[in-house]
Design a protein around this ligand. Sequence first.
Ligand code: FE2
Ligand code: FE2
Length: 180
Amino acid sequence: MSGFRAGATSDRDGDVVTALTREHDAIRHLLDEVEVREGTERAEAFGELLRLLIAHEMAEEEVVHPLVHRSSLGGRHVVRGRLWEEEEIARRLELLVEVSPDDPEFLPEILLLRVAVSTHLEAEERYEFPWLMHGTRRPERARMARAVHAVQARAPAEPAALLAHTRRTLREVAGAAGGG
Ligand SMILES: [Fe+2]
Ligand SMILES: [Fe+2]
């Protein structure tokens, strides 16, 4: 078990890209744990994954995506794609919390979640984080790391809350882009 807590490293890292990248690594590690563990250990790892994923995506939707979206036309496309991926992750989590980790259906659902999450993390690392590194200065990234920490401290571990949050953010960015 990783013992990783969402937002726990943000202040120390002082850089939102470092903090979010570390969370990506922790998410990947927890996906491995859920797959290889059994019984209560699997249930615990899944609980940890659920909390971290929801807190992570909510914080990105409040702190990171809006900034990248405002930056340029390219930024708008990058963010729209990431939000669609986050919506799929939230829908998959909603399904998964209805299935017991001991149920034969659980592992196939986890594998589908894994594909969705891996694609999403890679796309952020490839298209969004480099923009943040080059498009912002370090003090701004430090301020963003603190904002991420604040969002994560109050994020509920409920997939339905993430789904509502993601859809609201999608509507907001669509509105900000003049409905297009
Ligand atoms: Fe994300
Ligand atoms: Fe992310």
